[in-house]
Each structure stands twice: as C-alpha cells, then as structure tokens.
Design a protein around this ligand. Structure first.
Ligand SMILES: [Ca+2]
Length: 143
C-alpha cells in the first residue's frame, strides 16, 4: 500500500543474481525471486563465498504503465568453514580428513608454521568430522 494514497497499490518485484544487473536484458539478467505485494522474500540455495546483487522494481496503481527501479544492493555469503573452522580442518574445506593429515605431516615440526603433537591430537579427536555448510554444525562426514 502506498502511504501517500490509501487507494493505490504498490507492487514490488525483487531480482537476484551473482552478476551486476544488465539493464539491457530481460529481468536484468537476474532471477526473479519475489513479486507482488509481499514485504519479504525467502532465498534458498545460496552458495558460500559468493557475492549476490539484488534490486527491486515497483509499480504504483496510481501511475499505470510506469515501473520504478530501486538501487542495486549487494551482499556476500560467508564460508562457515573459514569463519568457524573445525579443529583440524587445515584446508578449511569443512572436513577433517586425509587432505588435512597430508598438510599436517608436510609441515610436521617445521621451525615456522609447523605442527606439533597437540595439533595432531586435536585432528585425531575430530577425525572424519564434517561441517554442514548450511547449518554450520559438525557431524559425521557423508550425512
Ligand atoms: Ca579439511
């Protein structure tokens, strides 16, 4: 509803994409994720470590045939494995496995940035744990 006119109806459409909008393309080259008169949109399937661009366009029943476009906004999803890594997940891929053990053994007791027995014990205690990239919770790998 338009706060300036109780009779007019404002409708909005929200577009989302991983590239900046291309104003020469239909839907700006983006995906239409919400439309009509709702005041929120739920987005699923976002990919970690990815920048998304979004914009909204509006129509006003008092101004038929006209579309108004808002500014382009952006946000970047985080990689939970980097921000909240599992203990022992040395390559930050959300799993404590052989790849991490290879990294640890390659730098075993190195004078700088080397790994010692306590890091090996931490890794062993978290062996084959994986982080769910959506919930950020650890659990057995493969589930
Ligand atoms: Ca890992």
């Amino acid at each position: 509803m338009d706060p300036n006119s109780v009779k007019s109806i404002i409708k909005s459409t929200v577009y989302l994409g991983t590239a900046k909008p291309d104003f020469t393309k239909p839907n700006y080259g983006m995906t239409k994720i919400a439309g009509d008169t709702g005041q929120s949109a739920t987005i699923s399937g976002l990919v970690k470590d990815t920048t998304y661009y979004w914009l909204a366009e509006y129509t006003d029943s008092d101004l038929p045939g006209q579309t108004f476009r808002g500014a382009t906004w952006q946000f970047t999803t985080v990689n939970p494995c980097v921000f909240y890594p599992l203990v022992g997940d040395l390559n930050q891929d959300c799993a404590v496995n052989l790849d991490d053990l290879m990294i640890l053994t390659a730098a075993w007791m190195a004078p700088t940035n080397g790994y010692l027995l306590d890091q090996f014990a931490d890794m062993a205690a978290h062996w084959l744990l994986c982080m769910d990239p959506v919930t950020g919770l650890p659990g057995p790998c493969g589930k």
